[in-house]
Design a protein around this ligand. Structure first.
Ligand code: F6P
Length: 529
C-alpha cells in the first residue's frame, strides 16, 4: 500500500508553488510567456487538450508529475491491467479496460479475454438482429421501441451514449431509458407504446436493485396484461451477473447476457450493459466506441506523464481541488447531444472518489472528489454563468467542444465554437480597468480546460469516457482512497427497504424519529386525497 499523496513531503512543495502563483493572475502567465499555449496544450488520441488557462506554471507542473511517481502510479496501472484485486474492500479485480480490448490483447489474462470476446459477439449479434427486425416480439412484429430498465451505471452509460450518438441511430428502433422508482418514468415512456412491438432490457449487475426490479415487474405486468404471460420471454432481455434471478424473472436463455464482478456498474457501458446502445447504433458503431476506449487505454499505459491526457486531467483536478481550494467542477459540452454527460460523470467521479477514508481505513485530512455538475454550454451561459463570472464562489470548468457538427449544420456549430471560445477567454481574462463600473468588473482567473475534437462520433465518445475513467483512477491513487466501491449508497438502500412497509402502513411505525413521524402524518393525511 503506498502512502497517499497528501501525506508525502512533495505535497507541501506543491502547496508552496500554489502560494507563489496565487500572487499572479493567469493573464500574467500569458503575458510572461508567449509560448504558453504550446507548453500547456497537448494533442493525443484525437483530442486537443488545452490547459493553458489553468493557473499553473512549469515548475508547479513538474512537481505534480513527480507526485505521480511518488504514489507509484505506474505500478497501479500495471496492477489494474494484470487483474490484481485493486478493489481491496470488495476483494475484486477492476477490469473495465478488458471490456474494450481487441482480440489478442490479453488484458486480464487469456481466460478473461476469451470470455469478454465471446459475450461481446453474442450481445452484438443480438443487437443487430433486433435492429434488423430478425428478432421479433411474440406476434412476429419487429420491435419499434426498446426500453432499457436499470439505474446508476446500467442506465447512465447507455442513456448518455444513445443521446450522444443520435447521428448513428437511423434504421434502428427508438431506445428509451427508465430508471426512477416513482412509476411516472415508466408510465411516461410507455404512454402510447404498443406491447407487441416493445422490447424491455433489464440491466442490473445484481438483479436485486429495488428501482430496477420494481420497474421491470410493472413492465412485465403491462406486457402480460395485453399479450399474455406466454409472451413475456419474447419481450424481455436482461444483463446481470445473477443468472438465477434472470431465470426466476423468466428471461429466455438466448436473451440473457453476462457481466462480471470485476466490472463496476459505473464502468460497465462497454460490456453487455451497453446492449441498448448497441441496439441503437448497431455493432459497427459500438465496436468503434470500444476501439476509442482502447486507444485511450493504450495512451494511458504508454505516454509519459507530461503527455498523458488522463494524468494531466487528474493532476489539474488535484491542483484545483486540494491546492486552489475549488471544490466543484462544471462540465460544459458545446453540443446538445452531450447533455447527459454531466450526469454520467457525476456517478463516475462522485461515486468513485466521494470517499473520506484511505485504503488503510484512516480518515483523510484532504478533500477528495469534487462536486461535478454541468449543462450544455449554451444553456449554461443563460443560467448559471453569471455566478461563475461574477459570483463569490469559484468553480473549475471543463469545456468540451466538437469542431464539426455531427448533424451537418456547421453554420450553427460555428456559433457554438465562437461562444465556447469566448467564454473560456472571458473566464480567464476577465474585464477590469479604469472607468469600468464595479458591477461590470469580471475578475477572471477562473480556471478551465478546453477539450476539442473533430466531431462527436462513436470513437470519440469512447476516447472521452475512457479519459475521464482514467482521470478518476489516477486521482483515487493520489488521494489514497478506494475508487471502486460504493459503501456510501448502501445505508440509504437499507433504510429505504425497512421503511417501505411503514410507508404502506404508517400505523405500524415504531421507534421512528420526530421528523419521520411528521412526514408520515402527511402521508396519512394526503394519500388518496
Ligand atoms: O447506486 C448504487 C449502485 O450500487 C451503483 O453503483 C450501481 O450502478 C447501481 O446501484 C445499480 O446496481 P445494479 O446494477 O446492481 O442494479
Amino acid at each position: 500500500m503506498t502512502t497517499p499523496g497528501p501525506r508525502l513531503p512533495i505535497w507541501n512543495e506543491i502547496a508552496a508553488h500554489e502560494s507563489r502563483l496565487a500572487a499572479l493572475h493567469t493573464r500574467d502567465l500569458f503575458a510572461q510567456d508567449p509560448q504558453r499555449y504550446a507548453k500547456f496544450s497537448r494533442e493525443a488520441v484525437g483530442l486537443s487538450f488545452d490547459f493553458s488557462r489553468q493557473r499553473l506554471d512549469l515548475e508547479a507542473l513538474y512537481k505534480l508529475y513527480a507526485l505521480l511517481d511518488f504514489v507509484q502510479m505506474r505500478d497501479q496501472i500495471d496492477a489494474m491491467w494484470a487483474g490484481a484485486h485493486i478493489n481491496t474492500t470488495e476483494d475484486r479485480a477492476v477490469l473495465h479496460v478488458a471490456l474494450r480490448q481487441p482480440k489478442g490483447a490479453r488484458i486480464g489474462g487469456a481466460a478473461i479475454e476469451a470470455e469478454v470476446l465471446a459475450e461481446r459477439e453474442r450481445m452484438l449479434d443480438f443487437a443487430d438482429r433486433v435492429r434488423a427486425g430478425k428478432i421479433t416480439g411474440s406476434t412476429g412484429k419487429a420491435f419499434s421501441l426498446v426500453v432499457n430498465i436499470g439505474i446508476g451505471g446500467p442506465d447512465l452509460g447507455p442513456a448518455m451514449g444513445v443521446l450522444a450518438l443520435a447521428q448513428f441511430t437511423a434504421g434502428g428502433p427508438r431506445v428509451e431509458f427508465v430508471s426512477n422508482v416513482d412509476g411516472n418514468h415508466l408510465a411516461d415512456v410507455l404512454a402510447g407504446a404498443e406491447p407487441a412491438t416493445t422490447l424491455f432490457i433489464v440491466a442490473s449487475k445484481t438483479f436485486t436493485t429495488l428501482e430496477t426490479l420494481t420497474n421491470a415487474t410493472t413492465a412485465r405486468g403491462w406486457l402480460a396484461g395485453s399479450l399474455g404471460e406466454k409472451a413475456v420471454p419474447s419481450h424481455f432481455a436482461a444483463v446481470s451477473t445473477n443468472t438465477q434471478a434472470m431465470n426466476a424473472f423468466g428471461v429466455h436463455p438466448d436473451y440473457r447476457f453476462n457481466m462480471w464482478d470485476w466490472v463496476g456498474g459505473r464502468y460497465s457501458m462497454w460490456s453487455s450493459v451497453g446492449v441498448s446502445l448497441a441496439v441503437a447504433v448497431g455493432s459497427k458503431h459500438f465496436n468503434e466506441f470500444l476501439a476509442g476506449g482502447h486507444e485511450m487505454d493504450q495512451h494511458f499505459r504508454e505516454a509519459p506523464w507530461a503527455d498523458s491526457l488522463p494524468a494531466l486531467m487528474a493532476l489539474i483536478g488535484v491542483w484545483n481541488i486540494n491546492f486552489r481550494r475549488l471544490p466543484t467542477l462544471a462540465v460544459l459540452p458545446y453540443d446538445d447531444r452531450l447533455k447527459r454527460l454531466p450526469a454520467y460523470l457525476q456517478q463516475l467521479e462522485m461515486e468513485s472518489n466521494g470517499k473520506s477514508v484511505t485504503l488503510d481505513g484512516s480518515r483523510v485530512e484532504w478533500d477528495t472528489a469534487p462536486v461535478i455538475w454541468g449543462e450544455p454550454g449554451s444553456n449554461a451561459q443563460h443560467s448559471f454563468f453569471q455566478l461563475l463570472h461574477q459570483g463569490t464562489l469559484r468553480a473549475a470548468l471543463d469545456f468540451l467542444l466538437p469542431v464539426n457538427s455531427s448533424c451537418g449544420n456547421q453554420a450553427q456549430q460555428d456559433l457554438a465554437i465562437a461562444n465556447c471560445l469566448a467564454q473560456a477567454e472571458a473566464f480567464m481574462d476577465g474585464q477590469a480597468g479604469e472607468g469600468i463600473p464595479p458591477q461590470k468588473v469580471h475578475i477572471g482567473d477562473r480556471p478551465s480546460t478546453l477539450v476539442m475534437f473533430n466531431r462527436l462520433d462513436p470513437r470519440t465518445l469512447g476516447r472521452l469516457v475512457a479519459l475521464y475513467e482514467h482521470k478518476v483512477f489516477t486521482q483515487g491513487v493520489i488521494w489514497g482512497i478506494s475508487s471502486f466501491d460504493q459503501w456510501g449508497v448502501e445505508l440509504g438502500k437499507k433504510l429505504a427497504a425497512s421503511l417501505v412497509p411503514v410507508v404502506q402502513d404508517p400505523a405500524s411505525a415504531r421507534d421512528v424519529s420526530p421528523a419521520m413521524l411528521g412526514a408520515l402524518q402527511h402521508v396519512v393525511r394526503w394519500r388518496g386525497k
